[in-house]
Design a protein around this ligand. Structure first.
Ligand SMILES: Nc1ncnc2c1ncn2[C@@H]1O[C@H](COP(=O)(O)OP(=O)(O)OP(=O)(O)O)[C@@H](O)[C@H]1O
Ligand SMILES: [Mg+2]
Length: 402
């Protein structure tokens, strides 16, 4: 049998094999999936008996098989197939919602069902969902999800997240996606982008059934540095379109496409923000060395504790050190926890960079804030951050970054 070689459409990503005896079934599935991006589709007229002949390169990622007979022999063959090929998602198409048939199929390892006649769009939506799930579960190429959250408004969370993203992409050739989750007043794109984004997070969520790799790729703004940005909704009212489950699916998809997925999370801890924090491998709460920031950082620490996050998940970032702050680093660390990284106060360069909408490292790679960001990105990119030696205590006094 040479079914998968019978490539009909698209890029070699999700390999879907359709197997059935009725030409009407084969035609309906073919029509539903025709033109779907990211699919290799093979359609084969034959019965379940032919499953035993599948092997090697012919084994698909998704098998859509038709079952009309409720035959015990067919279920035995299906069970054998799912045992031999545990990575294949088997979708069974049945003539009706027959409970007995469905129980037997589930026992045989079938994961999903379709019922004829098909509802318009349901097959494509199912296959897209399976593609996203597979990408999210793929053991390779899982990007790191970093959630930046300001302990208090104006802490510098967006500046640091966007500028760190830029350095990771431009100096380390990492694939980085920034997602602006400040749903009502998002401004991440203003820090790097000099033109309107092709669409926003609200646009993606509004067409959520279309979500797949190519839709995500066409929705992000692509910068020459290599950073991609999915901007916040343009109108505050559109924030409502973005639901936690959307964020979960987008991040799962993005993990498979990027080395770093940087989430610029809003300070309001609503359902979307909490979902983002949950999904993050590490949370980077940003604070400054003054009482209002430290007070809110302590509150945030209590929130993290009540959410059951481990201390390792939280990486406290102290911004604008060496300024007029009324807290010493050691006092802050006693109240909040060890600082993971610090970036010096650099009003001149940061102000100029923000006003021009360019990364501070492009303005001046020797600026104090730029040097701190460059070292931070280098540590992350080389995977040495865990082994990083503690800096000398007096470097804070010199305004140097860790
Ligand atoms: N290291 C720094 N030195 C000097 N100024 C800085 C520094 N970091 C940030 N800023 C300034 O602080 C301003 C606020 O930063 P940013 O918008 O990143 O804060 P935020 O925590 O994201 O706030 P929001 O709650 O509004 O999202 C920036 O416009 C920038 O001018
Ligand atoms: Mg911000």
């Amino acid at each position: 049998m040479n079914m998968i070689e019978n490539v009909e459409a698209g890029i070699a990503t999700l390999r879907v094999l359709v197997l059935g005896t009725a030409p009407s079934f084969l035609g309906a599935v073919r029509a539903a999936l025709d033109g779907e991006p990211g699919l290799r589709l093979a359609v084969h007229q034959g019965g379940i008996e032919e499953l035993g002949r599948l092997g090697g390169a012919n084994v698909p990622d998704v098998l859509i098989a038709q079952e009309t007979q409720k035959s015990p022999e067919h279920f035995r063959l299906l069970a054998q197939f799912t045992l031999d090929h545990p990575g294949v998602v088997v979708v069974l198409s049945c003539p009706s919602k027959d409970a007995d048939l469905m129980i037997q199929a589930l026992r045989a390892g079938v994961k999903e069902f379709l019922f004829e006649p098909f509802i318009e769009g349901e097959i494509a939506a199912l296959v897209r969902r399976l593609g996203i799930r597979r990408t999210a579960q793929a053991p390779v190429k899982q990007g790191e999800v970093m959630a930046f959250v300001p302990c208090k408004g104006g802490s510098g969370s967006t500046f640091l997240s966007t500028n760190l993203a830029h350095v990771l992409a431009s100096r380390h050739h990492k694939r980085v996606l920034v997602i602006d989750l400040n749903l009502q007043f998002g401004d991440a794109s203003f820090f790097l982008l000099d033109r309107p984004p092709p669409t926003t997070l609200a646009g993606v969520c509004g067409s959520f059934s279309r979500l797949d790799r190519s839709f995500l790729a066409s929705s992000v703004a692509k910068l020459s540095s290599g950073v991609h940005i999915l901007s916040a909704p343009e109108r505050a009212a559109d924030a409502e379109l973005v639901k936690p489950e959307h964020v979960e699916a987008i991040v799962a998809l993005a993990r498979g496409q990027y080395d770093y997925v940087v989430l610029d999370v809003g300070r309001a801890l609503d359902a979307v923000s909490l979902k983002a924090l949950d999904l993050a491998d590490h949370i980077y709460p940003v604070l400054q060395l003054s009482l209002p920031y430290v007070r809110d950082a302590r509150r945030m620490k209590e929130v993290f504790q009540s959410l059951g996050y481990s201390e390792n998940k939280i990486r406290w970032i102290v911004n604008r050190t060496g300024g007029q702050g009324d807290f010493a680093m050691a006092d802050m660390e006693r109240v909040v926890g060890k600082a993971y990284w610090s970036i010096p106060n650099d009003h001149k360069h940061v102000g100029e960079a923000v006003n021009q909408g360019v990364p501070v490292t492009e303005l001046s790679s020797h600026a104090p804030s730029a040097r701190g960001l460059i070292k931070w990105a280098a540590a992350l990119a080389s995977g040495e951050e865990e082994a990083r030696p503690r800096k000398h205590w007096f470097s804070f006094l010199r305004g140097a970054a860790k």
